[in-house]
Ligand binder design. Structure first.
Ligand SMILES: NC(=O)c1ccc[n+]([C@@H]2O[C@H](COP(=O)([O-])OP(=O)(O)OC[C@H]3O[C@@H](n4cnc5c(N)ncnc54)[C@H](O)[C@@H]3O)[C@@H](O)[C@H]2O)c1
Ligand SMILES: N[C@H](C(=O)O)[C@H](O)COP(=O)(O)O
Length: 354
């Protein structure tokens, strides 16, 4: 996608969608954008009047300049220095009450994603970073929606993407190497997971991980450990056959294609430091097989990255935290949002050196 606004010497421009307005997204987006204002021009996408009001409550020093999306379409994104944040206005339909969901605002949340996609295509932004949204509210607004990952894939015309979360664990967990956990399936009811696994799909997943770890993370020869689906990786077929019928053939095909992928390993043992120290990524078969481990080790510092997209997208490792939002400003930790911005910046830099 385009990069016309990403001229050398200027801070990279990142689209920062602020997520569910009643959650902690807008607050952590403002705080992180302001904290990183000298490294990145984080353009907030959300209701500009609401964001300006919130910014003033967070810190009166934070200035928010509002732009209309039409003005940006007509004249491009103007250059602003780090003395202020820019918000491209995506108006909300209903007044926001912190901690209280309102499905009337669901379409506006999705419109921020559409605007980010438009801006990536037009070259306004070098990457997008997303604050958490509430999937149920968008569904309550009458729009089938399972997550950013699937939405961005569909709306960028990408056949397959891979969700990967990464973070720096406390030193004792893996010896301080980044832990990266990718998923073979994303937001899917558990009952549908087995049927969603196929040799071709897993091979594409492994190939996307391999390519993106090389090109967006600068790893010369990524090493991927692959989990089984069943307890004890199927116990030679006595506890399930997906390992024999699907995962092993996919691994054989990946290895034949030059991908360093090994397994299938029992998911309950593969996350030991002695295995992780020889790996760059673990591929789990489903959401709650891999993410509890990652979030246990890195919550608050982790980053969610969508691999396989034709642009860079990162996000936080947590949700909307309505409980914290309801208590007022200052309760939420912005660490993961800062990590998501930092990660997007380093991926932008890695992509530019190709
Ligand atoms: N990137 C995303 O858009 C994203 C990611 C995860 C979950 N979600 C969505 O968020 C909604 C709520 O999910 P949930 O309740 O399972 O998880 P959650 O992460 O919102 O909350 C889980 C717990 O972690 C705490 N927490 C979360 N973020 C925190 C932060 N920044 N600082 C301090 N504490 C924090 C919360 O207070 C809560 O106790 C769901 O709709 C889910 O789908 C969105
Ligand atoms: N699976 C993610 C997590 O648990 O953190 C989260 O739901 C966000 O997914 P999307 O980026 O697809 O919205």
């Amino acid at each position: 996608m385009g990069a016309s606004n990403q001229s050398a010497g200027r801070r990279p421009v990142l689209a920062l969608t602020v997520g569910e307005p009643a959650g902690i997204g807008p607050e952590i987006a403002i705080r992180a954008a302001w904290e990183r204002r000298h490294q990145a021009n984080c353009v907030l996408l959300g209701d500009a009047a609401y964001l300006a009001m919130l910014a003033a409550d967070i810190d009166p020093a934070i200035r928010v300049s509002a732009l209309s999306s039409q003005a940006v379409r007509n004249a491009g994104l103007p250059h602003f220095g780090p003395d202020r944040l820019i918000a491209i206005d995506v108006p909300l339909a209903a007044h926001v009450k912190a901690g209280q969901l309102d499905h009337l605002n669901g379409r506006s949340v999705l419109a921020t994603l559409d605007l980010a996609l438009e801006g990536l295509k037009a070259g306004w932004f070098g990457a997008m970073v997303t604050a958490p949204l509430q999937k149920s509210t968008i569904n309550d607004a009458g729009i089938a929606f399972t997550g950013h990952t699937e939405y961005l894939a569909q709306h960028s015309g990408t056949e397959q993407v891979v969700m990967m979360l990464a973070g720096e664990p406390a030193g004792s967990v893996t010896g301080a190497a980044p832990l990266r956990v990718a998923l073979a399936t994303t937001h899917l009811p558990l009952q549908q997971v087995s049927a969603a696994l196929s040799v071709e799909g897993l091979l594409r997943t492994l190939s996307i991980i391999d390519q993106d770890l090389k090109h967006k993370f600068g790893l010369a020869a990524p090493r991927i450990l692959v989990c089984g689906l069943n307890p004890h990786a199927g116990e030679n077929g006595y506890l399930g056959r997906e390992e024999i019928d699907v995962i092993q053939p996919a691994l054989a095909a990946a290895q034949a294609a030059g991908i360093d992928a090994r397994g299938p390993y029992p998911a309950d043992t593969v996350f030991q430091p002695k295995y992780l120290q020889d790996a760059d990524c673990v591929l789990a078969m489903y959401h709650d097989q891999g993410l509890p481990v990652l979030k246990y080790a890195t919550f608050g510092r982790g980053v969610n990255i969508t691999l396989g997209l034709p642009f860079i997208r990162t996000s936080v490792d947590h949700g909307t935290a309505l409980d914290l939002a309801a208590q007022g400003l200052g309760r939420a930790d912005s660490g993961s949002m800062l990590a998501a911005i930092d990660s997007a910046l380093s991926m932008v830099a890695a992509s530019q050196t190709l």
